[in-house]
Design a protein. Structure first.
Length: 271
């Protein structure tokens, strides 16, 4: 059975592929962007903080990897024309898109539903779900031009089994699982685009720190140690696999604090 977390990428596994990553400026997005470039992909760095994207671009260039592209996009404030501009730029430069990783997201607050702030709720659902839907929609024409395209939505354990106090974040992750399943079913028989979700689990990111401020960081894996599963899902190893939900790490015990959630991307949208 295909298990992306056990994958061992080859040195040129993503050669010739064009992969777009949201939240590429820090955390898991940063780590996956560097890994994709290391395995010879042309990476489109999507985020709201241009300075951070410039830094990642520089790291990729310094490593001698294929040249990356920077695509600024603030998922909280972007308008329709901003999405269209990004999609047009991808098609103009590359002619297609082979991979799309939705990594950017925001946590909101850890609050009981009864007390949850409505504007915060709306903001989390917009950044984590609506923006991901909108970006996928405008990039589908580019994805359909690929001979082997993959869309990966970042999942969370709290979006597969609801838990108290995770509020809008958990609900947004449930919604992404549904979006992934619907899209996979729509595309499976008429395109070469596959769609899956990946829960990274615990990772040493700003969002994890926001959720668990007292946690011992030494016990939390670095994002760089989790990239194999992303390479597997974004590359040829997962060809033909669609509509499924995966984990980048073995599940943690339910009783532990670490198993309580997997806040798995940067604490700010499109960082």
């Amino acid at each position: 059975m295909f298990e992306p977390r056990d994958h061992v990428p080859g040195p040129a596994e993503l050669a010739g592929r064009v992969v777009a990553i949201t939240g590429a400026g820090s955390g898991i997005g940063h780590a996956v962007a560097l890994a994709c470039a290391r395995y010879q992909a042309n990476v489109v760095l999507i985020g709201r903080d241009v300075a951070k994207l410039d830094a990642v671009y520089g790291e990729i260039a310094a490593a001698g990897s294929p040249e990356a592209s920077i695509a600024p996009l603030d998922l909280e404030r972007a308008l329709a024309r901003d999405y269209d501009t990004l999609a047009d730029a991808v098609l103009e430069r590359y002619g297609r898109l082979d991979g799309l990783l939705h990594n950017a997201g925001i946590l909101g607050t850890l609050t009981p539903i009864e007390q949850y702030d409505v504007p915060t709720w709306c903001r989390v659902l917009h950044v984590n779900v609506t923006a991901a839907f909108a970006l996928t929609q405008v990039l589908l024409p580019a994805l359909k031009k690929s001979d082997d395209a993959s869309v990966v939505f970042t999942a969370s354990s709290v979006g597969r089994r609801g838990r108290a106090y995770w509020g809008a974040y958990a609900v947004s992750k449930f919604a992404l699982e549904g979006l992934s399943q619907v899209l996979a079913d729509e595309l499976e028989r008429i395109t070469r685009v596959r769609v899956n979700t990946l829960n990274p689990g615990r990772a040493r990111t700003a969002m994890r720190r926001q959720a668990y401020p007292a946690e011992d960081l030494a016990e939390v894996p670095m994002p760089e140690t989790l990239t194999a599963a992303y390479i597997a899902l974004l590359g040829p190893a997962s060809r033909g696999v669609t509509g499924r939900a995966f984990d980048a790490q073995p599940p943690a015990p339910r009783s532990s604090a670490a198993g309580a959630s997997s806040p798995d991307s940067s604490a700010r949208s499109s960082s």
